[in-house]
Design a protein around this ligand. Sequence first.
Ligand SMILES: Cc1cc2nc3c(=O)[nH]c(=O)nc-3n(C[C@H](O)[C@H](O)[C@H](O)COP(=O)(O)OP(=O)(O)OC[C@H]3O[C@@H](n4cnc5c(N)ncnc54)[C@H](O)[C@@H]3O)c2cc1C
Length: 506
Amino acid sequence: MKGVVEPIFDVIVIGTGIGGSSLAALSARAGLKTLVLEKNPRVGGSCSYYEKDGFQIDFGTHLFSRGNRGPIGEVLKRVEAASRVKFVHPTRLSRIVGLGLDIPFYTSLLATPLTLYRSHRQLGIPFREFPGLLKMMSDFFWMPENKIAEWKDRTVEEFVFTRTRHPAILSLIGVMITLYFVYPYWKCSAGEAIWCTQRIIKARRFSYPRGGAAIIPRTMLEAAQGHGATLLTQARVRKILLEKGAARGVELADGRKFQGRAVVSTSSLKDTVFNLVGPEPFPAEFRKKVEGLKESLNAIQIKLALGRKVIKETSMIVLGSPSGNYRLQTASPAQVRKVSEDLEAGKIPELLFLYTVVPSNIDPGLAPPGKQLLNVATAFPHTSTRPQDPPEAWVEAMMKTLLKAVPEIEPHILWKEVIGAQAIESWIGKPGGPLISTVQVPGQVGQDRPAIRSPIPGLYFAGDGAGARGIGTELAAQSAIECAEILDSDFRNGSISLRTGGKMLS
Ligand SMILES: Cc1cc2nc3c(=O)[nH]c(=O)nc-3n(C[C@H](O)[C@H](O)[C@H](O)COP(=O)(O)OP(=O)(O)OC[C@H]3O[C@@H](n4cnc5c(N)ncnc54)[C@H](O)[C@@H]3O)c2cc1C
């Protein structure tokens, strides 16, 4: 390969989100000579951050559904960095507020009866619904794996209809699952939703780390560098280079070339196949499969700085109806569906829901003394879809919804900043800006997820696009674990040879 910058690496990882940073740490820890390339000036992908007026602001809007008890914790443990990330599992975890609801969620199981009682009263759930609801709750706790597998290719909507058709319950499950997978709930895999919920309940670690979301990829990358990995930022990969039909390196936008025995892309499969490699070397059937992959929606976020601490919870799900026409207690199934159809079309839905995280309640150091920052997000279409309502109208509707449900914040707003869908796309580099690049719908979960080994020898996919199970960041971390194990096996069995001086740890 001409013009290659020495040395030659065992593994080149593209991207430093949770997927790329986890993989870099695991592969460097395993003794592989690892190069990590990040196009942005700052690492972390979706979990990166920026600073303004003394606030450290998450680029995304994150909570971690299993904290140190999920795959992120597992990676940190494997690379001996677990003590460097402190996940905090707050007592006042969340609150559903708006449209006449104010339901608190505490982490203590002892508080569950209070939450159930308030939900029953405020949602107006009649006693005749209780058997179905209890059955559904027991599924979310205990459905056995073989039954979960039976639900993998059926939708959440089909599943809920076997238990209840109560409009308020349907609406709230719609909101929760759309937040899990950032996709219309009625298209998402029921099996995957139940699998994820069971893990969340069993782990009891819905949490957020001290130091902000960015501490996670940063710690992974420090661990990688501690094991000899090389990290380059402002290093955009323009092309994945093939030689004799196998991936052999990358070329950066500035012309530098690096050689590696294996290349792992954590961009979306569509980007990797159609842009970074180019479609020709892939078998036609594989190209077709990647072309047809469903990606999640993008988002609009508002970062809202407050002059004092107003919100007590770590997160809130804020509900509102900009048109005034949505009634939780009477919405028809078609109306519930229409909410997410509108999200996909970029039309402000009748039921608007805002995922709101308050990181400084976990780590006061993320805001100047006495101040608070709210990360407020809602799903929004890919940049390839022309939204029916312009982003400015969305921001206005989001603010009105927030201020109607939580009016006490209004007098304390210092400033607001919008991170739109284009900004997300450009930061994470995945065309369209999907929050989850292979979304968990029937046909794209479990064994049907795109494989980590690509059809091209030496080329692998990791991150939220390939392999694994779980929600967002945990999907990406689990995928990195699976990818590291596959690389380990491929290096050991000689399908990739260790010609670069790397030495596998036993
Ligand atoms: C607003 C928002 C809210 C979210 N909320 C949650 C939540 O609450 N909980 C949760 O678990 N998940 C959440 N997610 C989803 C979660 O963040 C992602 O699924 C996960 O972090 C993706 O990790 P990744 O490693 O696959 O990719 P990313 O984090 O997207 O990282 C990809 C990286 O690759 C780099 N890259 C891409 N192309 C190139 C190239 N050609 N050359 C060099 N570098 C390149 C990018 O710059 C980026 O750093 C949210 C995401 C967003 C944006």
